[in-house]
Design a protein around this ligand. Sequence first.
Ligand code: ADP
Length: 629
Amino acid sequence: MKSQPSEPGPDPVSRDPAAPSAGTESPPRPLSALAEPVRGRLAVAVGLQTVAALAGVMPFIAVSQIAGRLTPGGSSADGDALWPLVVLACAAGLLALVCGTAAGALAHVADNDLQLTLRRRLARHIGRLPLGRLTDRGTGEVKQAVQDDVSALHTLFAHTLLDVVAVVTAPVLALAYLFTVDWRLALVGVVPLLLGVFLFSRAMAGAAAQMTEFGAALGRISGAAVEFAAGIAVFKSFGRGRKAHERFVDATEGFADFFSRWVRTTLVSSTAAVLVVAPAMVLLLLSVVGAVFVTQDWMTGAALVPFLLLGPAVAAPMGVVGPRIQQIRAGQAAAERITELLHTPTLPEPATPALPDGHHVSMRGVSFSYDGQTDVLSDIDLDLEPGTVTALVGPSGSGKSTLASLLPRFHDVTAGTVTLGGADLRDIPATELYRRVGFVLQDVRLLRASVTDNIRLGRPDATDEEVERCARAARIHDRVKALPDGYATELGTAVTLSGGEAQRLSIARALLADAPVLVLDEATAYADPHSEALIQDALSALAAGRTLLVIAHRLSTIRSADRIVVLEDGRVTEQGRHDDLLAAQGRYATLWQAQLTAQPDRTDGVPRRLPAPTAADRAADEIREGSAR
Ligand code: ADP
């Protein structure tokens, strides 16, 4: 009976936000736009809940009527005449139960479908985002949208919406009835309501701004938690366990500070509001004033009964309005974040696809800006000849990572062109590009899967022999063999690899993928000299015969690169071979001297270099022969 969630055709949210929407002045608000696929069912649920809330008041009205007729001076003491009221009360109670249950069930079914639809849309959209966009946003933020924000919408649509309908509808009917009984005492009953509204609005004043900060603070915790969980193995393997949770602790402390400030500023007025509308207080007020009315003969004792039964229900819902308003605001903020993520431009697929002819990489007049204002790369001309190693060096922040990230199209250039085999990267279909351009990043992500599956990500149809050959060349085979289940060992559960081991595993993955062009972010720190030597061997195997662009953090490892490119402030200031650049006594020579002074133990050229020493070359040849077959 449950219908499949409809995947909306033309997506109301993912349309170009700049495009004018036909017939309407302003674009739909994020919340209502997101709820569009289930709007009909939510409307029916609201209707059912309204009926339930109104029917829920009827038994009280019927009991008041019965009380009125039974008391001396009442209109009827005839028991038979009371039966219709009893039946009415029972029928109304039953109706309230049935409609309330149906409303809840319908809202949950609608919400369930909405969650599924939204998560599918988010997953589809995130899959099409430029990789650079994802690393910018951070996995925590993406997790917040896909998990927390979608859950906030669940609270809103499946619970808050119906609660609000109930707390607004029932008091309106109760109050209307009380006015028909005695308008003066009804007015007295309104006083706590008005006072409650006043105090609550004071407590809620400025809450909109606070909610934004609330969401941001939660986002920071979420981001730090993901970072903490993802990075703990690496941090620990480098003996920096404390560093791993510093950001998380900072984020939680920041949140606690913010929250206690928020609570302090609203505590008095919100507590007063809760007290004023509490049923006991309202009952006390109506009893005292009602007693005065009765003793003064302004009303009968029987007329007081409905006030005592229904009066507390008029103001009491105010007590739950505060949290409900917060849930609505949280839902709106969640909808805005989801919408923003869905509006993040996807990597445009080429209208007229082009395929590269060869693997020569050429950058011409390349500039790039993250914010559209400041260029972090300016007017770069660079050629990467097939089969050569090009190293990017320069001070931190000079643009090395940004320049390298343009090659696997983490970002598109702001000006100029990057071509591979003569084709503009923007014209090469994404799958074709990733077959040709691989990357090994410092921050290695391993899946919670077997070692084999982790390596096989590089080429899903690779045989076990090919996986093992690449693992050997990447100098990780012996370590894998020592694991409890060898290549079948699940990573991330019983076994956690060190940072260096994870990097070698990712090198095996890249070897298997066998992309002819490779971007490599050389790790900044290795656990120990043995690990460093193994990684250098693995990298050498990777370098052999490929076009390699290395982000070099230590100059000693790239002395034999075919070309060293010095970047400063986003511009190429020098390029050439190591010896020529040293002889030129320019910026590279200064950097080299500085690093020699900082790391005297690396001065004599002992560190292994790219390209490969012969053993690794042989291993790489072996793989090539294997894959050439
Ligand atoms: P390097 O790799 O040489 O250390 P980067 O390419 O990382 O340099 O950074 C170059 C400049 O771009 C720096 O000023 C840095 O702050 C800025 N930058 C890097 N990544 C981002 C980003 N995702 N968003 C905005 N600015 C960035």
